[in-house]
Design a protein around this ligand. Structure first.
Ligand code: ATP
Length: 491
């Protein structure tokens, strides 16, 4: 589902009596999200990313602007009519319900538009095909799950559900035939009996439908005067079960369905929350900081899970986070926000390689970019006394600038010519980390605590003043007033 956001604005009114001003949480926000895309909405606390998400969800009303899902204007639709699945930071599962019931919950009162079908015939045919096709495995699965009769029919049936992707009631039905209790030689006769019953029921159904003027097509849909019949109804228990099972397999919680939320880890609980959001087959999945309650290891694992699930379902997804690394690793595209305004949108690597302004440059990257106070004079860029580069065209105007150098932008290996080493920093500490070496350094014009440099561990580093060449694609110049990027000429 394509999403289009046009001029979206949200102003929270202040209180003049208490001297609280209005807050513009989202300001003229425009965005196009492609069908099947995973978009990361990224920014520091208070930048308006959650407010944007809640307006898309329908939980907050925009002050102005429009939200479209495909060619449907959803701006004024209530959340339940938008076809969205929402996952919050706190998984908000019902503690007294089993995982199965938690996932099932959104389906309980759901009404769906479907064509009328002869469900009994489909059901019977499926049982027949299962018992004809792979009887040996079916029997093996039933026997395996019985544990000498110590396990409930419901729990034993789960095994068949997982193995053959059938609904629970069908698994129980097959189990109740008792085929697994019979001696081998009696099984064919029992099967004949079962199939005979199924065929007889099917014939009866067709006969009674015929009397009402209803025939069936090859999908067993009702046909009246050659047309299928539409109906709006609740889901049947079997349909609900099928959706719960299918979604549980997708997010890999099928082994925990009989447990309560407290018996699961945080990551597993968040997967349940995702299943609950997906079970209604929403058009759009909205995730609000879904990983922030998890510890580091689970966060990484769940992040990969979300990516896999999103790719498998192809569902258009918006993922809100303040964690740049998380957004960069999971998203097809990221939008960086500041004070309600979109600062930049693009593929994560493109935003990292080509930040349009100082804010974006500082927000992406670990360790973060090193920012220095600098100035331009007669077409050259200076930091302190040192002339870093010359670009007569781009730096024609003399002014104060900010200079950002990525940690990996410093060069000092043996191939670097002495005359290219234009920038001196005062190295205070050297930490070797396998392939790379991390230098902590200082400089009079550095805006921050410590300069962080990452270089190959085979360069000859030493504590004290070291001179470096700067990789041209790792240095960015920003206007000292507007903080917008000054693009250097391509060499
Ligand atoms: P966080 O990551 O901290 O949740 P965020 O980027 O999601 O931040 P929002 O929650 O969207 O930011 O808030 C954006 C701005 O709107 C903030 O300045 C916030 O204080 C303000 N704001 C949010 N909700 C309300 C409200 N109900 N009333 C008044 N101001 C609000």
């Amino acid at each position: 589902m394509e999403i289009t956001i046009k001029n979206l604005t949200k102003v929270f009114p202040g209180n003049p009596k208490k001297n609280i001003p209005d807050t513009t949480a989202v300001d003229s926000f425009n965005l196009d999200i492609q069908d099947g895309e995973l978009l990361g909405l990224l920014g520091p606390s208070g930048c308006g990313k959650s407010t944007t998400l809640y307006m898309i969800a329908g939980l907050k009303a925009p002050t102005s602007g429009e939200i479209w899902f495909g060619d449907e204007d959803v701006t004024n639709l209530p959340p339940e009519k938008r076809g969205i699945g929402l996952v919050f930071q706190n998984y908000a599962l019902y503690p007294h319900m089993t995982i199965y019931d938690n996932v099932k919950f959104p389906l309980t009162n759901l009404r769906v538009k479907t064509t009328k079908k002869a469900a009994g015939i489909i059901y019977g045919r499926k049982i027949k095909s299962l018992l004809t096709g792979d009887l040996a495995t079916v029997l093996e699965e039933i026997r395996k799950s019985e544990f000498g009769g110590k396990i409930s029919k419901q729990a034993a049936a789960r095994n068949l559900v997982f193995k053959f992707h059938i609904v629970t009631s069908m698994a129980k039905k097959i189990y109740s035939y008792g085929l697994h209790l019979l001696p081998e030689e009696q099984i064919p006769a029992k099967l004949d009996e079962i199939f005979h019953d199924i065929d007889e029921k099917e014939a009866k159904t067709i006969e009674s439908l015929k009397k009402k003027g209803i025939s069936l097509n090859d999908k067993f849909e009702y046909l009246i005067d050659g047309n299928t019949v539409e109906t709006v109804r609740r889901l049947t228990n079997d349909e609900i079960d099928e959706l719960v099972q299918e979604t549980s397999r997708l997010v890999q919680i099928q082994d925990y369905l009989d447990r309560k939320p407290a018996q699961l880890s945080g990551g597993q609980q968040q997967r349940v929350a995702i299943a609950r959001a997906l079970v209604k087959k929403p058009r759009v999945l909205l995730l609000d900081e879904p990983l922030s309650n998890l510890d580091a290891r689970l966060r990484l694992q769940t992040r990969e899970e979300i990516r896999r699930i999103q790719k498998e379902t192809g569902i258009t997804t918006i993922f809100v986070t303040h964690d740049q690394e998380e957004a960069m690793s999971i998203s097809d595209r990221i939008v960086v926000m500041k004070l309600g305004i979109k600062m930049q949108e693009d593929a994560p690597q493109t935003v990292y390689n080509d930040p349009h302004n100082l804010f974006v440059a500082k927000f992406l990257g670990t360790p973060p970019i090193n920012v220095f106070e600098g100035y331009t004079k007669d077409g050259s860029l200076y930091i302190g006394e040192e002339k870093i580069l010359t670009d007569k065209k781009a730096l024609a105007e003399d002014k104060k600038v900010f200079v950002g150098i990525r940690p990996e932008g410093f060069l000092a290996d043996e191939h670097v010519k002495e005359e290219d080493k234009v920038f001196s920093i005062d190295v205070k500490q050297i930490v070797t980390m396998g392939r790379d070496m991390s230098l902590v350094a200082g400089h009079g014009k550095f805006l921050g605590e410590d300069i962080k440099v990452i270089v190959d561990s085979d360069i000859k580093a030493h504590v004290g003043v070291m001179k470096f060449a700067i990789r041209p694609n790792k240095i960015f110049v920003f206007d000292g007033e507007t903080e917008e990027r000054i693009y250097l000429s391509k060499k």
